[in-house]
Design a protein around this ligand. Sequence first.
Ligand code: C2E
Ligand code: MG
Ligand code: MG
Ligand code: MG
Length: 295
Amino acid sequence: QEAKRRGGNCYQFFDEIQVKLPLSLELQTDLHHALDNQEFELYYQPQVSIATGEMFGSESLIRWNHSSEGLISPMKFIPIAESNGSIIEIGEWVLKTACQQVKATQKLISQNALHNANGDIQNCIPPLKVSVNLSGRQFQQQDLNKRILDILEETQFDPQYLELEITETTVVHNIDASLAKLMDLKAIGVKLSIDDFGTGFSSLGYIKKFPLDTLKIDRCFVQHIDTDAQNRAIAKAIITMAKSLDFKTVAEGVETQGELKVLQDLGCDSIQGYYYSRPLPFDKFCAFVTEDKRL
Ligand code: C2E
Ligand code: MG
Ligand code: MG
Ligand code: MG
């Protein structure tokens, strides 16, 4: 009981095994047709700078609109898609869709900026960045670089505004292979981020070798950071380390003003969480970026 309380949600690996179970065999079969049936949708969750209060980007998060089950969480179907291999096609759809949609949003923002030249404020700094999650299996693909380059070419998306999120668990699996892969990706001109940082249970030595831009502090260390001294100590250590290695930090899952205040005091660069905005469907996201909503 005590271990559970203290561990919180940090034991993500076990959580993923647990959430695998509820997906019935029928749904597992349906997953194979979901892409053809156009049942996937991307939501976008804003990321906002603590220092300026401005939104600078978002993370794309996949949703499955199942015809009878309704909205199904990626926590449920991504692990299945990983194990049956369909994640490769799904992942490519995600990347392409995110590039297309965010490119459209970037245009919308610059048009809006022209209209607002008389001084109206909007809450984001153009051009908007987008973070896209890469699954372990995608990351391990031999021709990953070519696949990404093809999508960038097809969508005419500027790679400097694309950030790829790779979980710590994925990169520590094979440090040398990951390093080579990350160097290849970096050469395309994209940004790289370690997702769920702190949950990989690994030695930290690898981190200084990797050509990273951002560390995303996992939500399990962010929640209740204003009242939980242990979480505060962990977040502080991550932020201090990130600064000395010249990586930006994003705190995941910030829900309250109190949590934000502590992260600000610790020198965290930015946040992503319900406190600023929930993940939004594309049309709502487009409306959001042209509003004036500072942190
Ligand atoms: P993640 O990449 O760590 O994404 C952050 C998750 O935290 C999202 O869950 C987001 O909705 C949730 N979140 C953000 N702010 C808050 C908050 O303030 N409170 C709480 N309680 N939760 C918050 P979501 O969208 O359910 O996604 C879960 C995971 O599924 C993601 O974790 C990621 O690992 C995976 N995932 C989502 N989309 C994709 C995708 O396109 N490809 C791959 N490979 N994985 C994806
Ligand atoms: Mg992520
Ligand atoms: Mg994350
Ligand atoms: Mg997380």
